[in-house]
Design a protein around this ligand. Structure first.
Ligand SMILES: C[S@@+](CC[C@H](N)C(=O)[O-])C[C@H]1O[C@@H](n2cnc3c(N)ncnc32)[C@H](O)[C@@H]1O
Length: 236
């Protein structure tokens, strides 16, 4: 079945108020981190904005739903404190090892990043069959990622000022954390990676983006993904 797609250009903290209660299977998002680099100039979210978002995440997520949020070094603990206030339990921290980090002055290359999985109950959706087998070939499913970098081929950082997540990784996260035909929201969709992953895998998608040029890029990308829809993976 084709995905139902709703895209809006505007501020996530205002748009999310219209999302119905208990309607989302997965909130998969990558908000601006609490840092500013020469390439990524989007200001960090305030504590107040984070709190409004967490409150609405609690309202819109189904009892079996998941949050998967990409976090930076500094905001990881801030988000965690806020999510705990709204009764979300931390289920896992995923470490993505990248071939290289971003170029930032006077810094070690930060070549890994975290994504945190939260849920409201232990009864969260989790499709184990979609995990990778582990590297020791014991056939036990373990991981979600391979050695990908930011997908600058999709959305060049110097033009777009976003850090596009690898499509293959996001696709797999969607398949593990949301049933087919389910509802996914990404309030900070950037270049539209989550939206494309949803179209390819048959999930419904709601996406927000504040910057008009990035929004238009994402809209076109997600529209074009309709033609690519297929069951197989799109890793390589
Ligand atoms: C880290 S990027 C997301 C990148 C995305 N995961 C991808 O693969 O392209 C975060 C995005 O959130 C947008 N953004 C920042 N503040 C926002 C807000 N208050 N409401 C909506 N979008 C916002 C930024 O313009 C940026 O494109």
């Amino acid at each position: 079945m084709p995905s139902n797609i709703k895209l809006r250009c505007g501020n996530a903290k205002e748009l999310i108020i219209d999302v119905p209660e208990n309607s989302q299977d997965l909130i998969l998002t990558d908000p601006p981190y609490d840092m500013i680099t020469p390439n990524i100039k989007t200001p960090p979210l305030t504590q107040f904005t984070k709190e409004i978002l967490a409150k609405n995440f609690h309202r819109i997520l189904k009892p079996t739903g998941n949050i998967l949020i990409f976090v930076g070094l500094r905001d990881k603990f801030r988000w965690d404190g806020i999510f705990r206030q709204y009764h979300f339990a931390l289920r896992a921290e995923l470490i993505m090892v990248y071939p290289a980090g971003m170029k930032t002055p006077k810094h070690f290359q930060s070549a890994h990043e975290s994504a945190m999985q939260y849920s409201l109950s232990k009864n969260y959706y989790f499709e184990e069959g979609a995990l990778f087998a582990d590297v020791y070939n014991t056939k036990r499913a373990r991981g979600v990622t391979r050695n990908w970098g930011y997908d600058y081929a999709t959305a060049p950082a110097d033009k777009m000022h976003v850090t596009p997540k690898p499509l293959g990784m996001v696709q797999r996260l969607v398949e593990i954390l949301c049933p087919e035909g389910g509802d996914v929201i990404d309030p900070f969709m950037g270049s539209g990676t989550t939206g494309e992953a949803c179209v390819i895998t048959g999930r419904n998608f709601t996406g927000y983006e504040m910057k008009k040029d990035i929004y238009l890029f994402a809209r076109d990308r997600i529209k074009a993904a309709g033609g690519k829809r297929k069951k197989e993976e799109v890793w390589w």
